[in-house]
Write a protein that binds this ligand. Structure first.
Ligand code: NAD
Length: 483
């Protein structure tokens, strides 16, 4: 139901149909926007059980993980948008400088038009619906292209979005890269793409033909510094959070998963023991951890361990079962820095630990790498925290936890440099999908003739005073007492 079958030329009428709806003005109405957000909340709550089923089919996610990472966090986010929408959408009064006196100015957010959203398979519901909620809140018509690699969730979205949202203004198009390429032949007012840098480059090139603005939500290697933690309690809490972030969010297949740890040499043996015992406590049954997406991804991950130098650095786990597409939580100590596991994004349940002499040395290490989506650090040292904030660059920095920043509606989510650009979540989604239109209203009350030719030195002096914002000298100049 509601699914659009990709076919050559068929997408053209779909895209123009969505544009017609936008042109009709319907999506701009505040009531329409709120109805869509309420529809999203109903979709997420009424169809919760089916959502758990499709996420289990696609990725073997446990309903606990699915509720935490996809349904619960999303309902919270959409509610926040609904509660704040009128405030975000209201015109904002702006200062008017002397140069335009008398006047009033404001910033009026307006929808961009028709938005295309590409989502990724690892959080297949959230990465489609989180940006969708922002695009709808901003008053756009939207086409969503879910990843073909999570087909059950894609089919669920195609069947249910038309049931809960305005079926003419929001379309779901299923299919693989060829459908993505066909969609990119069309003109969009914004494209939000979540996925790999390789495809991100293709999207950006195609978007350039229509001068379409893009937001690229990419990945990379997110490092995590673990400082010496004096108290046993703090160390255990840190390891709970590292274990949860690395292995309980889609088995490490997350853009903001911890990719590797940077640990002070002396602390490494303690940390390894804590990681082993915590993994054993958290993953008592296989169903507590998601599986690897497919055979191709499974073999890519296991082949990272085939390098003899890497294999000999395994201190925990290392085994995978191709029949169930599961890989044990695996910890490695100092795999070579030039091995694939340390040069490529891991995107799976393998966790290298790289030791450093002093925790401060980690900062130089981070600065030598591309800017990641997230930097994590477990430390009680305030000076170290300040240095990380001041000296490194990343989409986000989180101290003493990991991944949870994704759930905050109050801070932007997005990358910088190689990890992408364009921030969303909460108000930042609304802004990403809006044009902040500058509106200036002048009056006919006063007319300053010095702004027009024929030029003379008096006029130039007057303009200088006006730009300098100095009322006293302006009055003196008007009275002819000062140039
Ligand atoms: P991908 O880049 O292969 O695919 C993403 C989307 O692009 C899919 O919908 C796919 O159908 C489409 N696509 C593929 N080829 C296309 C083409 N030629 N033209 C148009 N569309 C095309 O996805 P992947 O490599 O499996 O994704 C993993 C990457 O995504 C990782 O690097 C990860 O870090 C990143 N990621 C980032 C975020 C984030 O929010 N920043 C979230 C999840 C994943």
């Amino acid at each position: 139901m509601g699914e659009e079958k990709p076919s050559h030329g068929g997408l053209g009428s779909l895209v123009s149909g969505v544009r017609e709806v936008f042109e009709s003005g319907r999506t701009r109405e505040m009531e329409w926007r709120k109805a869509q957000l309420r529809g999203l909340i109903r979709l997420l709550t009424e169809e919760e059980e089916e959502i758990f089923d499709v996420l289990r089919e696609d990725l073997g996610k446990h309903r606990g993980e699915s509720f935490r990472d996809e349904v619960g966090v999303l309902v919270k986010s959409v509610r926040n948008t609904l509660n704040n929408l009128e405030k975000w959408a209201a015109p904002e009064k702006a200062d008017t400088p002397l140069v335009s006196f008398p006047a009033t100015a404001m910033v009026v957010p307006e929808p961009l038009g028709v938005v295309l959203i590409f989502s990724c398979w690892n959080l297949p519901l959230g990465l489609a619906l989180e940006p969708l909620s922002g695009a709808l809140a901003a008053g756009n018509a939207v086409v969503v292209k879910p990843s073909e690699l999570s087909p059950s969730t894609a089919a669920f979205l195609a069947a249910n979005i038309p049931r809960y949202l305005d079926a003419k203004a929001v379309k779901v198009v299923q299919g693989g890269p060829e459908v993505g390429e066909e969609l990119m032949e069309h003109r969009w007012d914004k494209v939000l793409f979540t996925g790999s840098a390789r495809v991100g480059r293709i999207i950006m090139k195609k978007a350039a033909e229509h001068l379409t603005p893009v937001a690229l939500e990419l990945g990379g290697k997110c490092p995590c510094i673990v400082d010496w933690l004096d108290s046993k309690r703090d160390s255990q809490i840190a390891v709970n959070r590292i274990t949860g972030a690395k292995w309980s969010t889609c088995a490490g297949q997350a853009c903001i998963a911890i990719d590797y740890l940077l640990v002070q040499e002396q602390f490494a043996p303690i940390l390894i023991e804590l990681l082993k015992s915590t993994v054993q406590r958290f993953f008592t049954k296989p169903e507590n951890m998601a599986r690897i997406l497919n055979e191709k991804r499974f073999h890519r991950l296991t082949s990272l361990l085939e390098d003899q130098r890497v294999a000999s650095s395994i201190v925990h786990g290392g085994h995978g079962d191709p029949n169930t597409l599961s890989i044990e939580p695996t910890v490695l100590l100092n795999p070579p820095l030039d091995s694939d596991i340390m040069t490529d994004e891991i995107f799976g349940p393998l966790l290298p630990i790289i030791t450093v002499k002093k925790t401060e040395d980690s900062i130089a290490f981070l600065k030598s790498k591309p800017k990641p989506l997230a930097i994590y650090a477990f430390t009680n040292d305030e000076k170290l925290k300040q240095r990380i904030i001041a000296e490194t660059s990343s989409g986000s920095v989180t101290f003493n936890d990991a991944i949870v920043q994704y759930g905050l509606d109050s801070v932007p989510f997005g990358g910088v440099g190689q990890s992408g650009f364009g921030q969303y979540h909460g108000k930042y989604s609304f802004e990403l999908f809006s044009n902040r239109k500058a509106v200036l209203k002048r009056s006919f009350l006063i007319e300053f003739m010095f702004r027009y030719p024929p030029w003379d030195e008096y006029k130039v002096g007057m303009i200088r005073h006006v730009f300098n914002f100095n009322y006293v000298s302006l009055v003196l100049a008007l009275l002819g007492l000062r140039r």
